[in-house]
Write a protein that binds this ligand. Structure first.
Ligand code: ZN
Length: 391
């Protein structure tokens, strides 16, 4: 009972605070905002560290009803509110009611390994993707579509526009296999959504023809973590080169975001992986801690994912690395890194070991041990493909 009262008090207190700090955006109800750059996050709370709900392109139109210090509050789903930093938007007008736009045309195109859905619309409004294993739900807010159709692409993969929406467009994708990467691009006439088809995986050679981009973390002036005379960027590249060899042996097509010791932009790394039409993006790192005082708290190998579709890949790689390295388990972790936030390709980040721990630094910098690491990552990737996509 005490606990309940305590929780209630906190909830009430939070409510009071929130209402207190909120200000109306004008005498009329909504401020029309336009996003001024690409890849702008919409967050769960008015805070730079709050969870990201979605990312928007330049020129996206948003409607804000309240403001709180550096943030505007935007209503996406009815009565669901999220936040955008004021520095990322410009106020275009103050209006009494939301303007609801109209999607002019939706067209589907099937390519060899992907589907492309083109949404033509006069104004770009905000959207959210939701993933659930074999389902992908896309909602385009404040943009309705009155020409209802059900598009069955083939028996395994189905796109549906489920019902007539007065305000938002909903597009649902269902497959008989787990999701294998998706993306959205913005162009003058609207949006193009890409959904990758599940790969056809062969039991004996699961990696055959799978396209893999390998990313050696950091590079050039960005050395990454350093300890015992070792630099993370160098170890990352050494492991990536061994990975390339092992993946190629198994029939995969391999691309490297950097082949040399060169400073490389994070978003370039993702753009490069997309340009190569990669299926999987693996980013290789060696771990450290922001505070060396915590050195006795963290050990071993850890793998990071952001999108649910990448979790199985992360788990398989982690299990395989644990067995091969005998390092302690720093777990499969959900993490919002630029690399893991890529939804195309399926992306994970691997911290092979802690460079700041002598016993681990000795191993991750050892050529023979690096080969053990590389083989384990390849085996984990094979198991992911077999578990999820075998015919
Ligand atoms: Zn790193």
């Amino acid at each position: 009972m005490k606990k309940i009262i305590f929780l209630l008090t906190i909830m009430l207190f939070q409510n009071v605070l929130a209402v207190d700090e909120l200000k109306d955006v004008g005498i009329a109800k909504y401020a029309v905002l336009e996003v001024v750059a690409d890849n702008i996050p919409i967050r769960e709370k008015p805070d730079e560290n709050a969870k990201r709900i979605t990312h928007l392109f330049r020129d996206t139109v948003l409607f804000a009803d309240k403001e709180n210090k550096n943030y505007y509050r935007v209503e996406l789903d009815e009565n669901k509110y999220f936040w955008v930093n004021k520095k990322h938007v410009e106020v275009q007008a103050i209006i009494p009611e939301k303007r609801i736009d109209n999607v002019k045309k939706i067209s589907f195109k099937e390519e060899k390994n992907k589907y492309k859905i083109n949404l033509e619309t006069d104004f770009k409004t905000s959207y959210i993707f939701k993933e659930d294993n074999t389902n992908l739900d896309f909602t385009l807010y404040d943009n309705y579509f009155d020409n209802i159709e059900t598009k069955v692409v083939n028996k395994k993969d189905v796109f549906k526009i489920p019902e007539k929406f007065v305000r938002d467009l909903s597009l649902k994708y269902t497959s008989n296999k787990p999701l294998f990467g998706y993306d959205i691009e913005s162009y003058e006439e609207g949006y193009i959504i890409t959904v990758k088809k599940a790969p056809k995986v062969n039991r004996k050679r699961p990696l055959k023809n799978i396209k893999i981009t390998l990313d050696a973390g950091h590079g050039g002036v960005e050395k990454g973590a350093c300890a015992f005379g070792l630099e993370e960027k160098t170890i990352n590249l050494q492991i990536v080169k061994k990975l390339k060899k092992e993946f190629k042996k198994q029939g995969a097509k391999v691309y490297l975001t950097r082949k040399k010791d060169k400073k490389t932009d994070l978003y370039y790394r993702i753009a490069y992986a997309k340009e190569k039409d990669s299926d999987i993006l693996l980013s290789i790192h060696q771990n450290s801690l922001p505070n060396i005082k915590d050195i006795d708290k963290k050990y071993g190998v850890g793998t990071y994912y952001y999108h649910p579709q990448a979790k199985s890949l992360a788990e398989n790689i982690q299990n395989s690395l644990l067995k091969a390295t005998k390092f302690r388990d720093d777990k499969v972790n959900y993490a919002s890194f630029a690399i893991t936030r890529a939804s195309l390709p399926v992306s994970v980040l691997i911290e092979c070991g802690y460079i700041i721990r002598k016993e681990e630094a000795d191993k991750i910098s050892n050529k023979k041990f690096q080969k053990i690491i590389a083989k384990a990552i390849v085996e984990g990737s094979e198991k992911y493909l077999k578990d999820n996509f075998m015919q």
